[in-house]
Design a protein around this ligand. Structure first.
Ligand code: ADP
Length: 473
């Protein structure tokens, strides 16, 4: 058919635009470490917010007792009860199924919203405790995971900066989130204290650290992406006089908003950003996270179609933003049937393009590969950037202490806790990320850096932190 050569040219341009040779990844590593520095030096000093969490101590594995967690993010919330036996014994937990927040409460008042949450919490507590043999002696301790932007004022308090993800309970903006919850809990006559207020990355770090004390950073690759890590308290210049017994504290990067001129950006990225509700925001997230990868692929296919008549007749569905979910992109990418029948089926079901010729199906697989490869390799560079900032990348690090009498810094085992559907479910993303970690770190250092997948850190991690921040543990 006519235009085939132009289609191939579009692919070649995409490959060039998305290229991530190791040299370029190392520039991204450096940029991440530099931006982290800048964000710690002054408020607004970088696109990285580098938010303080006031979590100075992570769970050690010795926590004992029964703790609760409430996880509110997206449009669902969950309650958990976690029993800990000390000495890193198996976590026994009871899960409440995810419950949707009723639509009308998402735009109501904070009183109505938290009254609903506290009622569900009380019902859950009563039900769970009616099954348990021992009665509750002491006041219950709760970890609250609230995954909206919050300016923390202590480990257990913080003010809502703004709502996202469809919520608009306006009277809550600027107010202390855990105080709202605590009031509602008390009004229900439930004896429970909000012991910690955290976001989901901090929960993941807590769970990772509970299992393995060499865990120093946590990264989430899901619909969105974010990371947090353990920093030396005296490195946080913007908050002088931050005194912690441990000498360190957890910092939330909000790395979705990271930006550097070294990021390989294409016209598809520029257009996606311009058409988004938050242009110039979340630049790193828009190249990496599950919300966007399928959308980038759709834009490339659309471009190919517009430049040639390979895919005539014209299909209108190819015009619909975000119609290609990343799960489907992954399914096409991982189609190993000889005639790529899964690719054909998905292109037909999603875009209503029937009978896509085999050579074009191959091209689509290649597009998925290029887009995911870039995402995973940039994600790896981001992780190594964090390691570099804390002197765990084997290079001596910007912030690491000088070793006396020798040029070689002794490498320590370093664990990165990772969570999120993009990493756990998309094999090619995972493999490209792992491979790039090895390439950037080099074969001498890479064996010291371990990626460990945790599960449900946002819930269990909050309960663990409630345990390590309560008087009785
Ligand atoms: P959250 O929405 O809270 O981030 P998850 O961590 O479960 O929840 O991530 C879900 C996201 O992960 C989805 O929106 C999707 O982008 C991505 N994802 C899930 N499964 C797959 C898959 N099989 N292939 C590719 N991406 C996936």
């Amino acid at each position: 058919r006519r235009g085939w050569r132009r289609v191939v040219r579009v692919l070649e341009e995409l490959e060039e635009g998305c290229a991530t040779p190791v040299g370029r990844l190392r520039q991204v590593v450096d940029a991440m470490a530099v931006e982290m520095h800048a964000g710690l030096a002054s408020e607004g000093g970088s696109k990285l917010k580098m938010l303080l969490t006031y979590v100075h101590n992570l769970p050690t594995g010795n926590e004992k007792g029964t703790y609760y967690a409430l996880d509110l993010g997206g449009t669902n919330f969950r309650v958990l009860r976690v029993q800990l036996g000390g000495q890193r014994s198996a976590i026994i937990r009871h899960d409440l199924d995810r419950q949707p927040i009723p639509q009308n409460l998402m735009t109501s008042t904070s009183e109505e919203l938290f009254d609903f949450i506290a009622t569900s919490l009380k019902d859950f507590v009563e039900r769970e405790e009616s099954f348990s043999l021992t009665s509750q002696q002491e006041r219950r301790e709760l970890g609250f995971t609230f995954s909206y932007p919050v300016k923390q004022t202590s480990t257990s308090s913080g003010n809502l900066i703004k709502w996202t993800k469809g919520f608009s309970v306006e009277d809550m903006v600027g107010r202390d989130v855990s105080e709202c919850l605590q009031q509602a809990i008390s009004q229900k006559g439930l004896d429970m204290r909000v012991a910690v207020l955290i976001n989901d990355t901090v929960g993941t770090l807590a769970l990772g650290h509970y299992h393995d004390e060499d865990t120093v950073t946590a990264v989430i690759f899901g619909t969105g992406t974010n990371a947090c890590y353990l920093e030396r308290a005296d490195a946080i210049i913007k908050c002088q006089g931050l005194i912690t017994t441990s000498g360190s504290t957890v910092v939330n990067l909000e790395w979705g908003n990271f930006w550097s001129s070294h990021l390989p950006r294409t016209s598809y990225d520029i257009d996606l950003d311009a058409d988004s509700p938050n242009p110039n925001d979340q630049g790193f997230e828009k190249m990496i996270s599950g919300m966007y990868l399928g959308e980038i692929v759709r834009r490339v296919i659309l471009q190919m179609m517009q430049e040639s008549d390979v895919l005539r007749p014209f299909s209108s569905k190819l015009d619909v933003p975000f119609i290609l979910r990343t799960q489907l992109m992954a399914a096409m990418h991982e189609d190993d049937s000889p005639n790529l029948s899964e690719v054909a089926r998905i292109l037909n079901d999603t875009f209503e393009i029937p009978d896509v010729p085999l050579n074009f199906r191959k091209l689509v697989v290649k597009i998925c590969d290029v887009v995911t490869c870039r995402a995973a390799r940039l994600a790896a560079a981001g992780i190594v950037g964090i390691l570099k900032k804390i002197g765990r990348d084997g290079s001596g690090g910007i912030a690491s202490g000088k070793t006396k009498g020798g040029s070689q810094n002794k490498m320590r085992r370093t664990v990165v806790a990772v969570e999120g559907g993009l990493y756990t479910n998309y094999r090619m993303f995972r493999e490209y990320l792992n491979e790039a970690m090895g390439q950037i770190l080099g074969e001498d250092v890479a064996p010291y850096v371990v990626i460990r997948v945790t599960e449900d850190g946002s819930g269990i991690g909050a309960a663990l932190l409630a345990a390590s921040h309560s008087a009785s543990s």
